[in-house]
Design a protein around this ligand. Structure first.
Ligand SMILES: Nc1ncnc2c1ncn2[C@@H]1O[C@H](COP(=O)(O)OP(=O)(O)OP(=O)(O)O)[C@@H](O)[C@H]1O
Ligand SMILES: [Mg+2]
Length: 168
């Protein structure tokens, strides 16, 4: 039996948000962006078309400007955006087949010094840091409805106190 690390035990639900359009998801992402700093890791988990890239795009635009072109890094795996204060890494690990590739991507550097957004974070297995903010995306009964469950440790709970109230 594999016992989860203590920090993993501490990953608890913080807030659940429901959105009814891509624009609403982008607004939630923009308000989260205002709380994010260098060294933060945000895991975006959910199926195909759940809204992970839509969310990441809005975070990047909050840091780099509203007209920033933000492609889905499905084939490049990583796209890096330089801002005056930090490097913002947008990762899509869907096509990661070998965890050994992770070292080549330089994710350790991103985790230490950048701000990292990761789609398909489960591809990292045990390499996914426990200190992350973890957001689970799922589709609702209606086409444009998405549920976003924000999870994290006690530090994230404190940092996000009051966050998302208007969308809950
Ligand atoms: N409430 C919503 N929030 C986000 N996207 C929505 C919403 N309603 C509809 N959409 C649509 O769902 C799609 C989400 O696509 P997106 O590329 O963000 O998904 P993804 O989770 O990144 O998928 P993939 O795993 O393929 O990368 C877009 O076409 C978007 O317009
Ligand atoms: Mg995507």
């Amino acid at each position: 039996m594999r016992r989860p690390a203590a920090a993993e035990d501490a990953l608890q639900e913080i807030v659940t948000v429901t959105t009814h359009s891509e624009a609403e998801t982008a607004a939630v992402a923009a308000s989260l962006a205002a709380c994010l700093n260098r060294g933060d890791i945000v895991a975006l988990e959910g199926g195909l078309g759940a809204g992970k890239t839509a969310f990441a795009r809005a975070v990047v635009r909050a840091f780099c400007g509203p007209k920033t072109v933000v492609p889905s890094p499905t084939f490049t795996l990583v796209q890096i955006y330089e801002t005056p204060n930090l490097s913002l890494w947008h990762c899509d690990l869907y096509r990661l087949t070998d965890v050994g590739e992770v070292a080549e991507l330089g994710l350790d550097e991103a985790f230490a010094e950048g701000l990292t957004l990761i789609e398909w974070p489960e591809r990292l297995g045990d390499g996914l840091p426990c200190r992350r903010l973890h957001i689970r995306f799922s589709s609702g009964a209606e086409d444009d409805t998405r549920t976003l469950v924000f999870c994290g440790d006690a530090r994230w709970r404190e940092r996000l106190s009051g966050f998302g109230g208007e969308y809950a």
